[in-house]
Ligand binder design. Sequence first.
Ligand code: RIB
Ligand code: CA
Length: 312
Amino acid sequence: MKKKIKAILDCDPGHDDALAILVASASSRLNLAGITVVAGNQTLDNTVNNTLKIVELAEIDTAVYAGYGKPLIRELTTAPEVHGESGLDGPILPDPGTAAADRHAVRFIIDTVRQSEQKITLIPTGPLTNIAAALLGAPDIHDKIEQICFMGGAARGGNWSPAAEFNILVDPEAAAFVMQTDIPKTMIGLDVTRKALLYPEDIEKIKNLGNPVARVAGELLEYYLQYHLEKKKMPGCPLHDPLAVAAVLEPDIISSRPYAVKVETAGRHTTGSTVVDFDGDRFGRPNVNVALEVDRERFVELVLESLHSYKS
Ligand code: RIB
Ligand code: CA
């Protein structure tokens, strides 16, 4: 029996973050030590509230820790046009009856990595503020991290500006710091998440899986799909965050190559872009495995299997 992967999911729910929580929590291969929350898609109050709603809906036995409510330096940018004013618009979920743990997310990340016998895998699916703060505050934990498999960036293009992906653009300084560490990193960027689309027929399948968690997940995805159909003229919705989880659970779901990547923090039109040195002769040693291809069918199958595993 392979040893479970011990991980921390750092998220900003957000519809796709909610699916990432459900996929991670359903896996028997993952020991989810905690869920830490950051501001991004919405304010921290909303992203914490949304995390608690999903954890309670799916009866997930994992503590939730609130982190930073704004980027390291900049003001917060949110994405109500994608996720709504609550950050999880669509189906009405009951207000959470529980609260986030007292410990700050960054304290939890540092303590957990320090005290763990096993190296910890970090799976950030929002801006990298909490992750950067933990790594800045505790240099001793860097070599106790198995990898940082993050949803963010793009070797080409962007979705929040023509040059930048949202998670990196919200806190480019945090991303720049994380990127320059020697910690093993996998970048699950738009290059693969935009190929990992969920089509309307996939969402119908999810809604008909026959348990309340899958039904709500389907309703959340129906809301999330509308923005991508109507505003982005895409044929489906990109499951950005669950792909970062899937890449930890089944690394062969993506194919990646090591490149040196730097984050732009001062460009008038390019701030937040993840600049990939494909020629390998400008930015020095490779510091990130950049995902460029994805097995979409296997990925969708994994999402369906995960949601099907919740009890009826
Ligand atoms: O650009 C997509 C990313 O930004 C996803 O993680 C989404 O949830 C938002 O956080
Ligand atoms: Ca997210």
